[in-house]
Design a protein around this ligand. Structure first.
Ligand code: ZN
Length: 373
């Protein structure tokens, strides 16, 4: 990621990822995507982030819930802006070990159980490889092939031959995540948990480089996927004058069907730039912050799109209601197939999200929050 994308590079066709000598933000993204950090067990992701921000921040601490709260001091008089990205991902929690050594589990966060059979997972802190077992298709009676198998009937099989063996390896409460290797495929990233490791890596990058005019409080939050829980206390601690949330939003821009001329159901579309939120189910974005992002993008020649209002939510849902209220807006990289074993996002949408946030921070003045009426 070039730290200062210019007008010239901003609108170019997708280009291959460049690797500078120092550990690059792309390398960090790869590590973050491959790490498993299911809600409430974000340690593997937290360790990577703590290491990555060393030397770029003036203060860092891990709070009682596990949020990473870092401060990059500004050159001004102590105005505080919060930028947040969530560390956790959707996944599974082991609930019991069966007598045959297979593992019962529950879903953590929002996952469509119709897509789970036959998927590979890694279980527990030792990352034991496992599979969500499925009956071979040869044996499934024809009249049962259209029936949805509920997650309560599924098991994760780690190859243990008995309950005793499995219990030595796994305990109830251990998390499991999808076993997907991150890759760059042409203009796209492929990987699990791009929601929201794209935001985490972007926030790390925004902490690098020279100071801004304000103190940047960065919150890498826990438990977003189960109800914006970490962000609630992170926002209280930071007590900011405004907040930006960096996330990854479902694109739903799949190819249109034979009956439709075009897909009109999209939420965002890949390749059109980062998506500025106007409203979602949890938040109505602050109009002054929307305008600041739009003005900044237009001045810098950076692409952006407005996310269609409607469902979903980000950490902004908790942050904007903190204390006496915090003007908030979300900026997301569009991603396809979120909350599934493999998501897909465009490299350039992510680069442009970082470039837009950096430019918006550089152009920030307290006047952004002046109300006209
Ligand atoms: Zn997210």
């Amino acid at each position: 990621m070039p730290s200062k994308p210019s007008h010239k590079t901003a609108n170019k066709a997708p280009s291959p990822v460049k690797k500078p000598a120092a550990p690059s933000v792309e390398d960090l993204l790869r590590q973050l995507s491959n790490a498993v950090g299911v809600s409430g067990d974000e340690g593997a992701v937290r360790r990577l982030i703590l290491e990555a921000i060393q030397g770029s921040v003036d203060d860092v601490n891990v709070d009682a819930m596990g949020n990473v709260l870092a401060v990059k001091k500004g050159t001004g008089r102590g105005e505080r802006l919060l930028a947040a990205a969530h560390m956790d991902e959707v996944g599974f929690m082991i609930t019991a070990v069966d007598s045959d050594g297979s593992l019962r589990f529950e879903i953590v966060g929002g996952i469509d159980e119709r897509g789970l059979l036959g998927k590979q997972v890694v279980v527990g802190p030792k990352r034991l490889p496992g599979i969500i077992g499925a009956m071979p298709v040869h044996l499934v009676p024809a009249d049962q092939r259209s029936i949805v198998i509920r997650v309560a009937r599924m098991r994760i099989d780690i190859g243990a031959e008995s309950e005793a063996t499995a219990k030595k390896l796994v305990k109830p409460g251990d998390r499991a995540g999808f076993a997907t290797e991150f890759a760059v495929a042409g203009p796209s990233f492929r990987g699990k948990a791009l929601d929201d490791r794209l935001g985490c890596a972007a926030l790390v990058e925004l902490l690098r480089g020279p100071a801004y005019s304000f103190d940047l409080h960065a919150a890498f939050t826990v438990q977003e996927e189960v109800g914006l829980r970490g962000a609630k206390v992170a926002a209280f601690a930071a007590d900011p004058q405004a907040a930006f949330v960096l996330d990854c939003t479902p694109a739903n821009d799949l190819p249109h069907s034979d009956e439709e001329k075009e897909n009109t159901q999209y939420n965002t579309r890949l390749g059109l730039g980062p998506a500025i939120y106007v409203a979602d189910r949890a938040t109505i974005s602050d109009q002054r912050l929307i305008a600041h992002l739009q003005r900044t993008a237009e001045a810098a020649g950076l692409p952006y799109q407005l996310r269609q209002p409607g469902g979903g939510g980000t950490d902004a849902g908790a942050i904007h209601l903190s204390r006496e209220g915090v003007p908030s807006v979300s900026l997301s990289v569009p991603g396809r197939y979120l909350h599934s074993p493999l998501s897909l996002a465009r490299v350039d949408d992510w680069r442009h999200a970082i470039a837009l946030m950096r430019a918006a921070f550089k152009a920030w003045t307290p006047a952004v929050l002046k109300r006209k009426g």
